[in-house]
Design a protein around this ligand. Structure first.
Ligand code: COS
Length: 381
């Protein structure tokens, strides 16, 4: 099927409406109950949100990177924990299979990920391998028709809900070249979970440890069918993921600006709306400018990716700028709300806590800086 502009516009309009009519009114409930309401999960599945980036031949919508970014800008308008539950199916949880999987792996896993029947998760991080991803200690040793995995993965998004993991483990020597990526079903013998982590924000999205004790995974589940390619798979997946996160940050910044502006227009002090005071206007204008810049960056990087360019630097620039930007925007939104910004009822403080994670996961701001500068130096020499 060739998707035309009209079909995509229809999807964008539907997501826009869904976010405002179904997700925004349930934001407080999501945080309080610490879970995505089950009926909303069903609606997300029906809309195809779990398969946005999975190719059409495997039942997904097969969006281009630019289209995916446009949808992420819409989704960004609400609590990030709503996106989290289907974000891994479109991003880090499925893309290893989409990009590097064998034809048989694609047929076996992608249709059920696209429909949302299965929830995907990405397991790279460990207690002693966060930013330094190439130093993971989890091992995978060939044992007949299986690999035997041992180790513990930490802070794994959606792990408690996940049915299947893209999981990096060491099959060879030290460093990036010794790492392989595996498709690990949650019911693989020897796999168990730690307690759900108690987090600062993004309540409703869950992380926990994934523990592998002589965990047996069929040998055919090694992504791409070859050992030693797992680190590269993870890095490619993260390039896409970082663009996605940057778009979500930008959508959320727009939401917070809208909310802060509305408050500034309503709130009267010294006999007039505070929006008429230039110091408030400066905060609104700075937020608007920075969100506009982030939008332009992420759309440009997405178009480059669609054109076949390697966007390692651009993805890092987008993730760095947009995640830091939404932190400043959320801070100003709290400030414009004054005392009300610190009170839970207004919801701004919840976003202030939620956005803090964007500067950390899928590579900290410092790792993005490192990637950008390293690539600059490489290109100059
Ligand atoms: N696409 C394709 N290949 C890539 C790549 C990319 N984006 N980035 C690196 N590679 C390749 C390199 O080309 C290299 O291949 P060769 O050995 O054939 O030359 C190999 O992968 C190793 O790369 P590199 O030498 O850059 O590895 P480093 O250990 O130096 O990587 C960084 C350092 C910081 C880039 C990496 O550890 C990283 O991204 N860390 C952050 C991890 C992260 O985001 N964690 C969040 C977990 S998910 S919530």
């Amino acid at each position: 099927m060739i998707r035309d502009a009209q079909t995509f516009q229809h999807l964008t309009d539907a997501v826009h409406k869904f976010v405002r009519e179904r997700l925004v009114p349930n934001e407080a409930r999501l945080a309080e109950e610490d879970r995505v309401p089950p009926e909303i999960l069903g609606e997300m599945r029906a809309m195809g949100l779990f398969g946005l980036s999975i190719p059409e031949e495997f039942g997904g919508l097969g969006l281009t990177m630019e289209e995916e970014v446009l949808i992420a800008l819409e989704i960004g308008h609400t609590s990030p924990a709503f996106r989290s539950i289907f974000g891994t199916n479109n991003g880090i949880g499925s893309q290893g299979i989409v990009i590097d999987g064998t034809p048989a792996q694609k047929v076996q896993w992608l249709p059920r990920l696209a429909s949302g029947e299965l929830i995907a998760s990405f397991a790279l991080t460990e207690a002693n391998a966060g930013s330094d991803a190439a130093s993971i200690a989890t091992t995978a040793k060939r044992d007949g028709v299986h690999y035997r995995l041992n180790g513990t993965k930490r802070f794994i998004t959606n792990a408690p809900e996940a049915s299947v993991f893209t999981l990096m483990a060491r099959t060879g020597g030290p460093g990036a070249g010794g790492i392989s990526a595996f498709i690990v079903p949650k019911d693989a013998p020897g796999l168990s979970f730690g307690e759900i982590d108690r987090k600062m924000g993004q309540h409703g999205a869950h992380t926990c440890d994934v523990i592998l004790e002589d965990c047996l995974v069929p040998a055919e589940n090694i992504i791409g069918g070859v050992e030693g390619q797992g680190f590269k798979t993870a890095m490619k997946v993260l390039d896409r993921g970082r663009l996605h996160i940057a778009a979500v940050c930008t959508g959320l910044a727009d939401r917070l600006i809208e909310q802060a502006l509305r408050y500034a227009l309503d709130r009267q002090q010294f006999g007039k709306p505070i929006a008429e005071f230039q110091l408030i206007q400066a905060m609104l204008a700075d937020s608007r400018t920075e969100a506009y810049a982030a939008r332009a960056m992420v759309l440009d990087a997405a178009r480059r990716k669609d054109a076949g360019e390697m966007v390692n630097t651009e993805a890092a620039c987008c993730k760095l700028f947009a995640s830091e930007m939404v932190g400043r925007v959320a801070d100003r939104a709290v400030q414009i709300h004054g005392g009300a910004g610190y009170i839970a009822d207004y919801g701004v403080e919840r976003f202030y806590r939620d956005v803090r994670l964007f500067r950390i996961y899928e590579g900290t701001s410092q790792i993005q800086q490192l990637i950008i500068a390293r690539n600059m130096i490489r290109d100059a020499s």
